[in-house]
Design a protein around this ligand. Structure first.
Ligand code: CP
Ligand code: NVA
Length: 342
């Protein structure tokens, strides 16, 4: 019980996939501050390439030879940092980690000036911040791609890996009923946008006053309409779980919100994912969590360690999805035989 074997990707990409090639041409040199920076076709290309990178890692061993990545993190990280570091290292590049936890970006030096320095040395800038504006400002002043590795507003790399995990489990995300229960936070925002771009029906159940940002809801609804799916906002976790194919939760106190812990704990208690809530979902439903989890707060041990949990597949796929993203933003496919062959 609990330990999950590595799941093989089920979506089989073609050798030199035309959609991936087209996305690579559009995305080279771009930033990825938000899922909203990506078209539906680009999200699908990241998925396809992520599955292929996972299946055939050796083919990408030299794709980013000598490329330099800097990671500047204002908040703690296990998965995001290591997935980026292992990801670029296994494609021939190098990662430099700068701990900004005790010196927020913009404090010692203007963000624009930091950007104008970094672009002289590195090929990509990966930021984990409090303010989302720190990321967009760095992107505005940098000539090399900037990637959002979590801000208070979004966690796009997480959501890309999560939907890659859904695809390998169910074959496709299109038409799937995806339910998020908990705080309408950064992870929730990126999941709504990614799900909408992939044609998944996304239901979000939050306590009153903790619903996702209206700007994200509007964007996600526009995307959903274009992709034949829907976004529902509820305040009843039981109704949201009814018939769901996937139930996802996250901590109710995100990094930087620790001062609200005591206030939030009782408000979020009815939103705990436990066996009773999982029992409302479809019989083959999966449980998902971005991690780190606060065990027996937002999810019980029985659920996170149970047979429906795919949380460690999600964690593994952080690396594969981020490798795909780096390949597209840094033009790495030019160094991969099957993509460069005429
Ligand atoms: N899920 C996630 O982003 O984990 P870390 O905070 O450990 O990077
Ligand atoms: N919502 C959480 C996600 C951590 C990966 C946070 O921002 O702390």
């Amino acid at each position: 019980m609990g330990s999950q074997a590595t799941v093989e990707s089920t979506a089989i990409p073609v050798e030199k996939d035309a959609d991936v090639v087209a996305a690579a041409a559009r995305m080279a040199g771009e930033d990825m501050c938000s899922v909203a920076d990506l078209s539906s076709a680009e999200v699908r290309a990241i998925m396809k390439l992520g599955h292929d990178v996972k299946r055939n890692p050796r083919e990408y061993r030299h794709a980013l030879d000598a490329k330099q990545m800097v990671l500047m993190f204002e908040k703690a990280s296990l998965r995001t940092r290591l997935a980026f570091e292992t990801g670029i290292n296994t494609m021939g590049g190098n990662a430099i980690f700068v701990d900004q936890t005790s010196s927020p970006l913009g404090e010692r030096e203007a963000i624009a000036d930091v950007a104008r320095n970094l672009e002289r040395w590195v090929d990509v800038i990966v930021l984990r911040t409090y303010a989302h504006d720190t990321i967009t400002e760095m992107a505005a002043h940098s000539r090399v791609p900037v990637i959002n590795a979590l801000s208070d507003f979004e966690h796009p790399c997480q959501a890309l890996a999560d939907f890659m995990t859904i695809e390998e489990h169910f074959g496709t995300a299109a038409g799937l009923n995806f339910t998020y229960v908990g705080d309408g936070n950064n992870v929730c925002h990126s999941l709504m946008l990614t799900g909408a771009q992939l044609g998944a029906n996304v239901t979000v159940a939050t306590p009153r006053g903790y619903s996702p940002d209206i700007e994200i809801v509007t964007l996600a609804r526009d995307m959903a309409q274009a992709n034949g799916c829907e976004i529902r906002l509820l305040q009843d976790p039981q109704a949201a779980a009814e018939g769901a194919d996937a139930i996802y939760t996250d901590v109710c106190v995100s990094m930087g919100m620790e001062h609200e812990s005591t206030k939030r704990a009782p408000i979020f208690r009815p939103f705990q994912v436990n066996e009773a809530l999982m029992g409302k979902a479809a019989p083959n439903a999966v449980f998902m969590h971005c991690l780190p989890a606060r065990r027996n707060a937002e999810v019980t041990d029985a659920v996170i360690d149970g047979p429906q949990s795919i949380v460690f597949d999600q964690a593994e796929n952080r690396m594969h999805a981020q490798k795909a993203l780096l390949l597209l933003l840094l033009g790495g496919l030019a160094n991969v035989a099957k993509f460069s062959a005429q």
